[in-house]
Design a protein around this ligand. Structure first.
Ligand code: PEP
Ligand code: MG
Length: 578
C-alpha cells in the first residue's frame, strides 16, 4: 500500500530505491531475509548462541575466587537470569520464524523493544538494569558472530540503489557511509543542524531526518522515493507517481551538471565584489570532492572525525599525516583545521563519561583544556603540518578571555617543544576562533584583539541562542536563522570584524543555504565555508548578486522583527532584481 511520510529534508535531490533497514544506532547488525528452507537452521543457530553464552556464565561463576565480594557472583547470576528470561532466550526465535529474518536482526529488534520499556520505567534502580540487558545482548551477538550462518546472495540491485532506513544514526555512523554507496538515507530522529544531518549533507545524497516512525512502517526491500529537497518520503509509489519522480530526478541531475560547469569561474558578484567559497570536510578523502566542486580552500576541517569509529586514539604522527595530506592536496590554497570538537554528540570510544547535558558540558575546547597532553599532541601535529601548506588553526567553542589565554599558552608550549626538537613549522600560523557561543558574539572585542581570524558557527550559535538542542527533532521546528536575535548577532560579528580588519568566515549550515546567500552578502560577509556539494549553487547566487544593493535590503531586514515580514523581505531580496 502506498503512503507518504513527512520529515526534514537535509540534503536535496531525489532518490528512488529499495529500503534497507538498519538497526537502532548501529550499523553492525545487518538485516537479511532468510529463505523458508533455511529458517530452521537459523533458529538452531540462535539456540546455539544462547547455549554458548550460558556456558560462558558457568565458566565465569566457577572462576570467582573464594574471597571475592558477594557482588561478583550476584552480578553473574543477574546476567544469567536475564539470558534465561523468555524475552531474550525464546522470543527472538519467534521473530526469526515470523519475520523470516536472520538471528542477529531478531535479537536486535527484541532488545530495542526491551530497552524502550526500560527507558519508560520511573524507578532509578530498575532503569539502571538497562545496561545489564545491553551487556547480555552484546554477548549473544558476539556468540552469533562466531557461528557461521546464512550468507545472503549478492543484492540484485547495486548498492547505489539501496536506501538506508534507520531509527537514529550517530555522526560516527553516518561518516562510515562515505565508504558505502547508498543512494540515500532516512532516519526517524534528528534535527536540521544535528551533526548527523550535517554529515549527511556532505555525502551529497538526498536524505531526510525526523520522520518519526519510518523504520517501523517501511519494510525491508520496499520501493521508496526520497525527495530530500521537500523532506517527503513516498513508500510503495504507484506507477504514475514513480514516473513523475523519475522525471524530476533527471531534471535535478541535468541542473547539477549545468552548475558543475561553474567550477573554475571565480565567485565575483555582478558589481565586482570577490567572495571566497570554501568547503567543510570531515575526512582527508573529502578534499577530492571539495576541489571537484570548485572550492578555493578548506574553511573547516572537523578534525574530530579522525577520532571516531575506533577504540584507540590517533597519535601525533597519524594526525600529522592526515593534516599534511590535506594541506598538500590543496596545494597552497587555505586549509583551516579545527581542533577536535569532541563531547556532546561526538564521543570517542575510550569510556569517557557523558554529562547530563552534553551540549553544555565538557565539549570542544573545554575538554581539550582538561586533558592538555592529548591536546598538545594535536597541536604539535597541526603545527608540523603547517610547514607543508597554507594551514590555519581554528578553536571551537571558545567563550571567554581566559580560555583564549590558556589555548594560546598551550600553542606556545607546542611550538617550544618543536623548537627543542628542531622540527619545522610555520611560525606565523594563524589562530582563529569559532564564534558559536552567544557570549563570544556579545563580547567580541577580546576575540578581535587576541586572535587572527573568526569563523561563525551558526549551528551552535543558533542552538545556544534560541535554546534548542540541535540533536532533538522535537524542537527542530524552532530552528530559525531569520530570528531577529540571530540576524542581530551575525550582523554584529561581521560588522565588527570587518571594522577591525580581522578576517571573518561563516562555516555553519547557514553559509551553504542558497536562500541566505544574498542576505549574508548584504550583511558584509565575504568568506563562506560549506559542504562541497553546495559550492556551485552558492556560487551561482553570488554571480547574480549586486552586493551594494543588497546592503540596503539587509539593513531593512535588520530593522524588522515580525517573522512573516522577515520572510517576505527575504523573498524580495532573492527575487531577480538584486
Ligand atoms: C557550527 O556550530 O556552526 C559549526 C560549524 O560547527 P559544528 O557543526 O561542527 O558544531
Ligand atoms: Mg559548532
Amino acid at each position: 500500500m502506498s503512503f507518504t511520510l513527512h520529515g526534514i529534508g537535509v540534503s536535496g535531490g531525489i532518490a528512488i530505491g529499495h529500503a534497507h533497514l538498519v538497526s537502532h544506532a548501529t550499523l553492525e547488525v545487518d538485516h537479511f531475509v532468510i529463505p523458508p528452507h533455511q529458517i530452521a537452521a537459523e533458529s538452531l543457530r540462535f539456540d546455539a548462541a544462547i547455549q554458548t553464552v550460558r556456558a560462558e556464565f558457568e565458566t565465569l561463576r566457577g572462576e570467582i575466587p573464594a574471597g571475592a565480594p558477594a557482588e561478583f557472583s550476584a552480578f553473574v547470576d543477574l546476567h544469567r537470569m536475564i539470558l534465561d528470561d523468555a524475552t531474550l532466550s525464546s522470543e527472538p526465535r519467534r521473530i526469526i520464524e515470523t519475520e523470516q529474518c536472520n538471528a542477529e536482526w531478531a535479537i536486535k529488534v527484541q532488545s530495542d523493544t526491551l530497552l524502550a520499556q526500560f527507558d519508560a520505567i520511573e524507578d532509578n534502580y530498575l532503569r539502571e538494569r538497562r545496561n545489564d540487558v545491553v551487556q547480555v545482548v552484546e554477548r549473544i551477538l558476539k556468540a552469533l558472530s562466531g557461528q557461521p550462518g546464512y550468507v545472503p546472495p549478492p543484492a540484485t540491485d547495486a548498492e547505489h540503489e539501496r536506501i538506508l532506513v534507520a531509527h537514529d544514526l550517530s555522526p560516527a555512523d553516518v561518516v562510515q557511509f562515505k565508504r558505502h554507496n547508498f543512494a540515500s538515507f532516512i532516519t526517524d530522529m534528528g534535527g536540521v543542524t544535528s551533526h548527523t544531518a550535517v554529515v549527511a549533507r556532505s555525502l551529497n545524497i538526498p536524505s531526510i531526518v525526523a520522520l518519526h516512525r519510518a523504520r517501523e512502517l517501511v519494510r525491508e526491500g520496499e520501493l521508496i522515493i526520497v525527495d530530500g529537497s521537500c523532506g517527503v518520503l513516498i513508500v510503495d509509489p504507484d506507477e504514475r507517481v514513480l514516473a513523475e519522480y523519475q522525471r524530476r530526478k533527471l531534471a535535478f541531475g541535468a541542473e547539477r551538471s549545468k552548475l558543475a560547469g561553474l567550477r573554475d569561474t571565480p565567485a565575483v558578484t555582478h558589481d565586482g565584489v570577490a567572495v571566497e567559497l570554501h568547503a567543510n570536510i570531515e575526512l582527508p578523502e573529502d578534499v577530492a570532492q571539495a576541489l571537484a566542486n570548485g572550492a578555493t580552500g578548506i574553511g573547516l576541517f572537523r578534525s574530530e572525525f579522525l577520532f571516531l569509529n575506533r577504540s584507540d586514539l590517533p597519535d601525533e604522527d597519524e594526525q600529522f599525516e592526515a593534516y599534511r595530506s590535506v594541506a598538500q592536496a590543496m596545494n597552497g590554497l587555505p586549509v583551516t583545521i579545527r581542533t577536535y570538537d569532541l563531547g556532546a554528540d561526538k564521543q570517542t570510544e575510550d569510556g569517557f563519561t557523558v554529562g547530563a547535558n552534553p551540549a553544555l558540558g565538557l565539549r570542544a575546547i573545554r575538554l581539550c583544556l582538561t586533558e592538555p597532553q592529548r591536546f598538545l599532541s594535536q597541536l604539535r601535529a597541526l603545527l608540523r603540518a603547517s610547514h607543508y601548506g597554507n594551514v590555519s588553526i581554528l578553536i571551537p567553542m571558545l567563550a571567554s578571555s581566559s580560555e583564549i589565554d590558556q589555548t594560546l599558552q598551550l600553542i606556545a608550549r607546542a611550538k617550544a617543544s618543536l623548537d627543542d626538537e628542531q622540527i619545522p613549522y610555520n611560525r606565523n600560523v594563524r589562530i582563529g576562533s569559532m564564534i558559536e557561543v552567544p557570549a563570544a558574539a556579545l563580547a567580541l572585542d577580546v576575540f578581535l584583539r587576541k586572535l587572527d581570524f573568526l569563523s561563525i558557527g551558526t549551528n551552535d550559535l543558533i542552538q545556544y541562542t534560541l535554546a534548542i538542542d540541535r540533536a532533538d527533532e522535537s524542537v527542530a521546528y524552532l530552528y530559525d536563522p531569520l530570528h531577529p536575535a540571530i540576524l542581530s548577532l551575525v550582523s554584529g560579528i561581521i560588522k565588527r570584524a570587518n571594522k577591525a580588519g580581522v578576517p571573518v568566515t561563516m562555516c555553519g549550515e547557514m553559509a551553504g543555504d542558497v536562500t541566505l546567500t544574498r542576505l549574508l552578502l548584504g550583511l558584509g560577509l565575504r568568506n563562506f565555508s560549506m559542504h562541497a556539494a553546495h559550492v556551485p549553487d552558492v556560487k551561482q547566487q553570488v554571480l547574480h548578486a549586486d552586493a551594494t544593493a543588497l546592503q540596503t535590503a539587509a539593513r531593512t531586514m535588520l530593522r524588522a522583527s515580525d517573522p512573516v515580514r522577515l520572510k517576505m523581505l527575504l523573498a524580495r531580496m532573492n527575487s531577480p532584481i538584486h
